[in-house]
Design a protein around this ligand. Sequence first.
Ligand code: UAG
Ligand code: ATP
Length: 505
Amino acid sequence: MELATLLAALEQEPKHIYSSDALNMHSSITALAYDSRKVVEGGLFIAVPGTHTDGQRFLGEAVRRGATAALGDALQGQSAPLPYIEVADVRIALANLACAFYEYPAAHLCTIGVTGTDGKTTTSNLISHLLEATGHRTGLMTTANFKLGGQEWENTTRQSTLEALEVQQMLRQCCDAGVTHAVIEATSHGLELQRVRGCNFDIGVVTNITHEHLDFHKTLAAYRRAKARLFEMLDPQRDKGIGSRPTAILNHDDSSYEILKPYCSVPILDYGIDTPASVRAVDLQLSANSTSFRVIFPDAECHVETPLVGRFNVSNCLAAIATAYSQGVPPADIAQGLATVTGVAGRMESIDEGQSFSVVVDYAHTPDSLTKVLGTLRPVTQGKLLIVFGSAGERDIQKRPIMGRIAAEMTDFFVITDEDPRDEDREQILREIASGAEVQGKREGKDFLCIADRRKAIEIALKRAKAGDTVLLAGKGHEQSIIIGREKLPWDDRRVAREVLRESL
Ligand SMILES: CC(=O)N[C@H]1[C@@H](OP(=O)(O)OP(=O)(O)OC[C@H]2O[C@@H](n3ccc(=O)[nH]c3=O)[C@H](O)[C@@H]2O)O[C@H](CO)[C@@H](O)[C@@H]1O[C@H](C)C(=O)N[C@@H](C)C(=O)N[C@H](CCC(=O)O)C(=O)O
Ligand SMILES: Nc1ncnc2c1ncn2[C@@H]1O[C@H](COP(=O)(O)OP(=O)(O)OP(=O)(O)O)[C@@H](O)[C@H]1O
C-alpha cells in the first residue's frame, strides 16, 4: 500500500518528519510492524513505548531489516537513522494504520466486543458457538483460543487482546474466509491501549466488573472507565448493510449495569438471574456435571440444558443468549445450540486418572472468580476442599492478600505457589498472599503451606487429598507456560496433575 495512502488514514497530522528528503510518499509499504524483530524489507516500523523498553531504541534494527520508514512519538534525544514520522499518539496511529493496511475489514463484519473482569473468554466462546450452531460463520479471538471459519487454534501469546495490527489482520482473514460475525475479547488493557480501535463494534457485551488490574488502571474508577470505552464505541447510526443491530448487552445483576448504562447510546438488552431483566434465567438446577434453567425473553421462553457447571456459567450463558437473541436468533435455536456446547479448556476442567478424589483445573485468578469457583465446588464436595493457587507478578498487587483471605475463608487447606512471578521476588508474592490468610487466623505449616515451585505445590496437595475431597488447581487454566524472570518456561497444570496422579496411584 502506498505510504501516502497510509498516512492519510492517520487522523492526525504528523508533527514532524525527520529525514523527509529521503522519504518517497509513493513508495509501497510491504508490511507494518511494531516489533523491530518482525520488520521486513520495505516495511513501516511503528515504535511503541512499553513497560520494559521503548521501540525507539530499535530504529537501527529496523534500518538493518530494510524498513522504508519509522513512525512514533517524539524522539527521545536521539537522531533518526531512517525517515521518522513523529505523531502525537502512536497507539492511535498504530490502530489507524492497521485498519487502512487491511482495508477496514470491520466494515464488512458484525463485530461483537466482550468485556468484563471474569468470564470474557467463556462468554466469547459461547457467543461464537451459539452463532455457529444457528448457521452463521464466526471468527473468534480470546485469551485461550482463536477461531476462523471452522478452524480453531490455541492462543499461545499470553496476551488476551492482541495489538491492533493482529486484530485487524485477523478481521481481514475473517472477511476473506466468508465469516459474518467476529467475536473479540476486549480487555481493559485492549480498550485503553487502542488495540480494538477501528473494530466498529456492533454489539458490546459485559460480564461483570469487579477487582482486577489496578496495577495498570490505578483506581477502580479508571478501570471501569476503560471498560466503558467499549460501550462508547457503539453507534446507533452504524449500518454496515449486513443486518446487524447495534446493541449493548448488560448484566442487570452486576454493579456494572448502572456504571455502563450512561455510556450506551444504542438499545440495551439486559440479562440477569437475581434481578428482573429482559433476558432472565429462572428455575436453576445446578449439579456437579451439568446445569439446566429456563430463560424468559420479552416474547418467548425456552429451557436450557448445558454441560457447563456453576451459577456463574448461567450468567455467561445468559450474556451469550442475549447477544444471539438481539441479532434475531430464535429462542428454540438458542436452546438447541447451548445443549451441544463444550467448556473452554482449563475452565472447571476435571482431571480424572481414576483417583478417589476430584481434581479441577480452573483459570480463576481474581477475587471474584475464586469466590465463585470455590462456592461452586463446596456443595459438590463430600470431603475437604483444597486449593493450590498464587497471584501473578507485575500485575495487580492489591488483590494478593484478598486472594489469601478467600482461600482461608472458603477452603480446608491451601498451598500458595507461583503463578507467573515474572521479575518480582516470588517468595515475597507468596508472603503477600499469606498475609491475607493470617489475618483470618490461619497459620503457615498448619492450615496452609507456601511452596514457590508449582509442581511441588501440586504434588503436596494431591498427596494430601483423601477420598471425597476436591483439589482445585487455580490460576493457570489453559496456559502452556509459566513466566519466571523474563523466561517463559513450558507449563500445563493439567499435564502436571495427570503426571503426579499417575506416579502416586
Ligand atoms: C504490560 C504490557 O501491556 N505489556 C505489553 C507491552 O510489552 P512491554 O511493555 O513489555 O513491551 P517492551 O518489552 O517494553 O517493548 C516495547 C516495544 O518495543 C518493541 N521491541 C522490543 C524489543 C525489541 O527487540 N524490538 C522491539 O521493537 C516491542 O515489540 C514493543 O512494541 O507491549 C507489547 C507489544 O505491544 C505487548 O505485547 C505487551 O503485552 C504483554 C504481553 C502483556 O502481558 N500485557 C498484559 C498486561 C495485557 O495486555 N493484559 C491484558 C489484560 C488481560 C486480562 O484482562 O486478564 C490483555 O489484553 O492481554
Ligand atoms: N461470570 C463469571 N463470574 C465470575 N467468575 C467467572 C465467570 N466466568 C468465569 N469465571 C471464572 O473466571 C475464570 C476465567 O474465566 P474466563 O477465562 O472466561 O474469563 P476471562 O475474563 O476471559 O479471564 P481473562 O481476563 O484472564 O482472560 C474461570 O476459570 C472461572 O473460574
